[in-house]
Structures are given as C-alpha cells and as structure tokens.
Design a protein around this ligand. Structure first.
Ligand code: 3PG
Length: 205
C-alpha cells in the first residue's frame, strides 16, 4: 500500500507472451515505476507475474482477478497484491485470509459500503472516466471520508493531474504507458518515456 501510495502510478499490463515480462519490467523501472499490475486476461499472466516478481525494484500485483483460484495462482507466482474489477466478497475474504492486500473495484456508494464492511478503505474506482471521473470521485469522497480511490479506466496523460490532485485519490491505474501495441512491437524506450512522464507528473501533484 505504501509503495503504491508513494509512486501513485500503477501501470496495468496485459501480457500475451511472458517472455516480454523481463524487458517490460526493465522499461518500467527505467521510467521510475515501482509497481505494476499484471492482469489475468491472458494465459501468460501467471508466468509473467513469476518473471516480474523476481525483480526487487518492482512491486508486482495481479489484476482482473475474478476467482479465488486466480488469487491462489497469483500469490503462488509471487503477486504481492490483488486487484479486481468489481467487489467479490469471495475474492476479498480469500485475500484477507491469506494476508494479501486486495483492492476491489467499486462503482457506487453501495459497493464502497461493502468494502468498508469488509474492513477495506482503499478501492479501485472502475471504470473511472465512464463513471463520471473526478466529479464522481468528489461526490463519493464527501460521505466516505476515510476511503482512498485508485481510479482506473480512461485515465491518460491529459486527465492524470485532475485525478492525482484529488485528496481522495491514492494512485491512478492505467494501460496508457504499457499499451498492448507498444509491448507487441517491443517499443521499450517508448514505454520508459511514457512511464517517466507519468511518474514526473505524479511527483508534481
Ligand atoms: C483496467 O483493467 O483497470 C482497465 O482496463 C484499464 O483501463 P485503461 O485501458 O483505460 O487504462
């Protein structure tokens, strides 16, 4: 949690080939990222988490985790935190039983109350832009003063500062610096540059 709060930028990665994990990790670290979320949207996720988590400079988490079985696979592979797109009591309770930080997705006041009931105060806000972006976060933060959000979905270099200057925003997540076409084409320098720009912007907020 502290590492994510300190870096404030959480790259969300979809890797189709785990062999890309090593150069990707190096590119992210070169850009100043200190954490990464590897999504369970591909069969390569477990191997990619394994490859990346060997890196002491990177906090590696698993994203798009929908089942307790995926939690187990992620943790076994070395994931240090878990993110899910929505609020699954089963996934949340399983992570808590294992002692692994879980950031469930919320999209409404009701889901935030579910998170609070589960003892959580940091949630992913997904899909952020489609839900109303910063205005929605402000509205939700008013009654839920202890809650910190990680908005993800539609965050980009143009709106990054708007999110990060919100006191209720712990960090932002997104794919813009690790877009699938950049990874497929092995454009590691570009990934480093986009990451560095985001990290720099976050430091200024
Ligand atoms: C996620 O998995 O959190 C989102 O799909 C990332 O959204 P983005 O591609 O708009 O950054």
């Amino acid at each position: 949690m502290e590492a994510i709060a300190a870096g404030r930028i959480l790259p969300v990665v979809v890797l189709h080939d785990a062999r890309a994990a090593a150069p990707l990790g190096a590119a992210l670290i070169a850009g100043g990222a200190r954490s990464v979320e590897v999504t369970f949207r591909t069969d390569a996720a477990t191997d990619a988490i394994g490859a990346l988590s060997g890196n002491p400079d990177l906090l590696v988490g698993a994203g798009t985790v929908l089942t307790t079985a995926q939690v187990d696979r992620a943790v076994e592979a070395g994931a240090r935190f878990v993110v899910s797109p929505g609020f699954s009591p089963a996934v949340v309770h399983h992570c808590q039983a294992l002692g692994i930080p879980i950031f469930p997705g919320v999209a409404s006041a009701t889901e935030i109350q579910m998170a609070l009931d589960a003892g959580l105060d940091t949630v992913k806000f997904f899909p952020a832009e489609q839900l109303g972006g910063v205005a929605m976060i402000k509205a939700l933060a008013a009654p839920f003063r202890s809650v910190r959000f990680i908005p993800t979905g539609g965050v980009n270099p143009a709106n990054l500062r708007d999110y990060l200057t919100q006191p209720a925003v712990l960090a932002v997540g997104g794919t813009w610096m690790v877009a699938p076409d950049l990874i497929t084409a092995g454009r590691w320098d570009e990934i480093t540059d986009l990451t560095a720009a985001a990290v720099f912007a976050a430091r200024e907020c």
